[in-house]
Design a protein around this ligand. Structure first.
Ligand code: NAP
Length: 282
């Protein structure tokens, strides 16, 4: 790859993003030359930003909050993964077209199965939250044949809507999946026990904030996984561990693995993620 690849990450806010460092680390493995911009872009300026970037020879963009849904409108082709998620976290140019994809589910499953060594088959899974991240990961989770999947969200109607939407899009025939959605009431949460509890709410972005989950929720939980990543254990991770979860993890591994999949889409190269997984970038 002789030409410098023009890449970027966009969103608002964007200062915290580790994407430039992650992708430079990947590019160095192949001696690939990349230029990686980090631009603050609001929904109102997304269309012009994308048009200018790709007109100027841009190859690929990582898309973060709050642009993941809106960005779908500017792609010529939408992958199945992005269609199911109704959102994309990557857009790239290929054969004079713009392709949108969603690599979040891929990243989570790779982290769970290959890095943390947790199988989802026949497991009982609880997902807290029903926002964009939940949309992105649920189809990939269902593909792994869990015994049950429950979506619990602060705004109950959003959880019910998400479940209904996914049931309309996914082929659940032949799967013996118990699929439920509801609010965060103790009755709903404690009606079952869970092997895996995934926090896909954005509560961890507000330092010190707790969802206020009942203590008994984590009895029997093998892993409590927070999609948010941070140097310190999040409040969700601390509480889950104190309340009985055997193991806790943040979403750094997911971030690295979804980034590796985006890098593959941009370059056709599959980077080694092992060093980044061991040593997060501060
Ligand atoms: P989003 O679309 O804004 O959704 C936020 C969700 O959190 C909603 O379900 C919301 O409930 C819920 N919520 C917010 N504050 C809450 C509180 N105090 N108590 C209970 N529920 C609360 O955000 P998103 O895109 O899904 O992102 C969610 C998280 O995933 C973020 O922390 C993000 O950093 C992380 N993420 C990580 C990766 C990775 O690669 N590791 C990738 C994507 C996202 P309501 O519906 O009631 O408002």
């Amino acid at each position: 790859m002789d030409k410098k690849l023009k890449l970027a990450v966009i969103g608002k806010p964007i200062g915290h993003s580790k994407s430039p460092e992650i992708h430079k680390h990947f590019a160095n493995q192949f001696d690939a030359k990349i230029e990686f911009r980090k631009d603050e872009v609001a929904p109102e300026t997304l269309e012009t930003w994308l048009a200018d970037f790709f007109k100027d020879g841009g190859k690929g963009v990582s898309i973060t909050l709050p642009l993941k849904e809106a960005a779908l409108n500017y792609a010529d082709e939408i992958s199945d993964r992005a269609r199911l998620a109704s959102a994309c976290n990557v857009i790239y140019a290929k054969d004079e077209k713009l392709f949108a994809d969603c690599t979040d589910g891929f990243g989570l499953i790779k982290d769970l199965q290959e890095n943390i060594k947790v199988s989802l088959k026949d497991k009982k899974i609880l997902i807290l939250g029903a926002g964009g991240a939940a949309r992105g990961i649920i189809p990939s989770i269902i593909e792994k044949d869990p015994a049950s999947l429950k979506i619990a969200n602060r705004t109950k109607s959003k959880a019910l809507f998400l479940k209904e939407d996914l049931e309309g899009k996914l082929d659940l025939k032949g799967k013996s999946l118990t699929f439920e959605a509801g609010g965060l009431s103790d009755d709903f949460l404690l009606a079952d026990s869970y092997d895996l509890v995934i926090n896909s709410t954005s509560v961890s972005t507000q330092a010190g904030e707790s969802i206020g989950l009942p203590k008994a929720l984590f009895s029997g939980t093998k892993l409590a996984y927070d999609l948010f990543y941070s140097a310190e254990k999040t409040v969700f991770m601390q509480e889950a561990f104190e309340k009985g979860a055997e193991k806790v993890s943040d979403g750094w591994g997911m971030l690295v693995e979804q980034g590796a999949e985006s890098f593959r889409l941009w370059t056709n190269l599959i980077p080694d993620t092992s060093r980044l997984l061991e040593k997060p970038i501060d």
